[in-house]
Design a binder for this molecule. Structure first.
Ligand SMILES: [Zn+2]
Ligand SMILES: [Zn+2]
Length: 265
């Protein structure tokens, strides 16, 4: 099944057809999402049930965990998912993201045709297990050094952040509608991520998916705005840096920091 009203080019249309041929016939996007969110909800319940008499300062583990996750996601996207590495796991992430996800969706056509296309956006269900294992290391350390509650809350923050990431990325690839157009954070993420799907910019611009803030901090955003502007920009294109695409070489691999690019224009 393919979208009818679309401006996608031949190459993208062909890639989408090829990708769909490779997806197993039994794949069901709804089941995929259910597994991720059911596993995540059970994990969150377990972490919550293990906290006892949480002190006010211990709650700070939640925003700290969220920011740490956003930063890690940005680094992974910037330095692994768009850069082929020798390590088998890291290379698989590159192939799945740059060579599949970015071919399936371009700035011309960002939408799924149906739930079977969700396969190219949601990480496989075992990602939750991998994330949990990775989360144990810093959470256990915090649990021993600071307090047990902080350890459990960190685990919860990492899991919830991953669920948040999947939700936002999913919303970036669904059809436009009144609700998401007016939903703060989601509308901002949609414009931000659509710009990232421009093949000329994808290697180094708008690498934050959950929020645009890491791009604002690192100077890799396509917007010339401050903190609040990056949080609540919505669909507004009036703050996009002019001539941004010219700042990149033909392969789109050489970023010029925004400030330099802006000065040049
Ligand atoms: Zn995407
Ligand atoms: Zn990307």
């Amino acid at each position: 099944m393919e979208l009818v009203n679309t401006i996608m080019g031949k190459r993208q249309r062909k890639y989408r057809a090829t990708y769909r041929e490779r997806v197993a016939g039994w794949y069901n996007g709804w089941l995929h999402v259910m597994i991720i969110y059911l596993a995540g909800s059970i994990a969150l319940y377990i972490y919550g049930a293990n906290t006892v008499n949480v002190q006010w300062w211990e709650w700070l583990a939640l925003p700290f965990g969220f920011v740490s996750y956003q930063t890690s996601e940005y680094i992974l996207h910037m330095y692994v998912m768009h850069r082929p590495r020798k390590n088998v796991v890291l290379r698989a992430l590159y192939i799945r993201h740059t060579l599949m996800h970015h071919q399936f969706f371009t700035k011309e056509e960002m939408r799924f045709a149906d739930h079977k296309d969700w396969r190219v956006t949601f990480f496989p269900p075992f990602t939750m297990l991998g994330l949990t294992l990775l989360s144990i290391i810093p959470s256990l350390a915090a649990g021993i050094i600071i307090s047990e509650n902080v350890g459990w809350l960190l685990m919860a923050a990492f899991t919830a952040s991953y669920m948040f990431y999947e939700l936002i990325h999913f919303c970036c690839h669904i059809d436009d509608n009144w609700l998401i157009r007016n939903m703060p954070l989601i509308n901002t993420a949609r414009r931000h991520h659509t710009a990232h799907h421009d093949h000329q910019l994808m290697m180094s611009v708008n690498m934050g998916i959950g929020t645009a803030l890491p791009d604002w901090m690192m100077g890799t955003s396509d917007l010339d705005r401050g903190f609040w502007g990056h949080l609540f920009n919505g669909y507004d294109e009036s703050h996009v840096r002019p001539g941004l695409q010219k700042s990149f070489n033909a392969a789109g691999t050489r970023p010029v920091p925004n400030r330099q690019a802006a000065e040049r224009n």
